[in-house]
Design a protein around this ligand. Structure first.
Ligand SMILES: Cc1cc2nc3c(=O)[nH]c(=O)nc-3n(C[C@H](O)[C@H](O)[C@H](O)COP(=O)(O)OP(=O)(O)OC[C@H]3O[C@@H](n4cnc5c(N)ncnc54)[C@H](O)[C@@H]3O)c2cc1C
Ligand code: SF4
Length: 327
């Protein structure tokens, strides 16, 4: 499968990059590591005239402590650097755990945290070659007018399938978004829309520049569990991130984030009410698992059944909670 023709733009710095986005708005795509974008372009899912290659903008790379105790991660930081960062492992272990499960080592060397956050949603009927989609019939997400997964729906249910966003949601992360008008901050939980097509709140003239992890999320133990077919490389088909803090044997704080079972990564609501102030038992972990499974709304967008993926959310949540409480 060949790539469509495009012009590659290489901005010198951030100001140049947002200027180019402004100039070519609607006909330009950002390329970071390219590990998701280039295969999608080969499948003719995107055909922008311009690609904005941001890989040479040094100010977008690196993990840095801030004066207020927060940590800022440049959007271009490779996932490998996140996986191996001592600072992140010490302060936000759940993020390192999630990053180390993305794809394979080679893809983590190229793939960036910004690309992982901005990842397109996925579906069996969409992530296919042009010939495949033509023969089976196009769908609402690209070139068609019906949904093969939910034929009575006018909405696309393609799933968000990045591994780090559920961990970032558990850490109450914010992102910085730059445009020609300046830089704005947004909580990551407000970034995703829950729609399979317009899945993120990012204008064509904007780009994600940094991820900010607050000081208030330091000190949580964390774990990430992921269901996939090939253990060495695949996207998640269900994923659970859990962070937990203890005090005197009781749960002082807990958050659970899910991925690959909804059109957006989501936090499980109501888990604090079930667990906080209590000593974690198998029954309580089971109850939290049930709640997580009810939050997951998988459909037939991937090669494993929705029932199995939802069940694994329940099992992963329970196991992750019990593991964190026993360490
Ligand atoms: C075989 C294979 C297996 C994979 N497995 C996994 C997996 O297990 N888990 C997983 O999470 N991912 C997986 N991926 C997808 C991908 O490798 C990662 O998500 C990676 O983090 C994407 O980052 P990137 O820099 O390569 O993004 P790119 O491919 O460069 O970009 C992805 C999208 O984000 C946009 N974008 C990138 N950076 C920015 C920015 N700073 N601001 C605004 N928009 C931006 C691009 O325009 C594009 O739409 C897999 C990919 C392949 C090919
Ligand atoms: S959920 Fe429906 S509209 Fe969305 S990509 Fe899949 S088949 Fe297409």
């Amino acid at each position: 499968m060949s790539l469509p023709d495009f012009k590659l733009l290489r901005p010198r710095d951030l100001a140049d990059a947002v200027g180019q986005l402004n100039q070519h708005a609607g006909n330009i795509r950002i390329i970071a590591g390219g590990t998701d974008l280039l295969p999608s372009m080969r499948q003719k899912l995107f055909d922008s005239q311009y690609l904005l290659d941001i890989r040479h903008i040094a100010e977008l790379k690196g993990v840095r402590s801030q004066s207020d105790g927060a940590v800022a991660i440049g959007a271009l930081t490779p996932l490998t650097a996140i996986e191996h960062s001592d600072l992140l492992r010490r302060q936000y272990p759940v993020l390192c755990e999630a990053a180390m499960t993305v794809a394979s080592p080679v893809l983590r060397n190229m793939g960036t945290i910004g690309g992982n956050i901005c990842l397109d949603t996925r579906c069996l009927w969409y992530n296919q070659s042009l010939a495949w989609r033509k023969s089976c019939g196009f769908c609402i997400k690209k070139d068609g007018d019906l949904c093969h997964v939910a034929p009575s729906s006018t909405k696309c249910w393609a799933v968000f399938s990045g591994d780090t966003p559920p961990a970032l949601l558990c850490l109450d992360a914010e992102i910085e978004i730059a445009s020609a008008a300046g830089v704005a901050r947004m909580r990551l939980s407000d970034f995703y829309t829950g729609d399979g097509i317009d899945y993120r709140k990012l204008q064509p003239t904007e780009m994600v520049t940094r991820v900010i992890l607050p000081a208030s999320s330091v000190g949580y133990r964390g774990g990430y569990r992921k269901l996939r077919i090939r253990g060495s490389i695949d996207y998640p088909l269900a994923g659970v991130a859990v962070v937990m803090k203890h005090s005197n044997g009781h749960v002082e704080g807990v958050r659970i984030g899910l991925t690959a079972v909804n059109p957006a990564p989501v936090l499980v609501r109501g888990v604090t009410e079930i667990l906080e102030g209590k000593s974690l038992t198998e029954e309580l972990a089971e109850a939290a698992g049930d709640l997580a499974a009810r939050t997951a709304k998988p459909l037939t967008t991937s090669s494993l059944t929705p029932e199995y993926r939802r069940e694994m959310i329940r099992v992963f949540t329970k196991r992750a909670l019990l593991t964190l409480s026993s360490n």
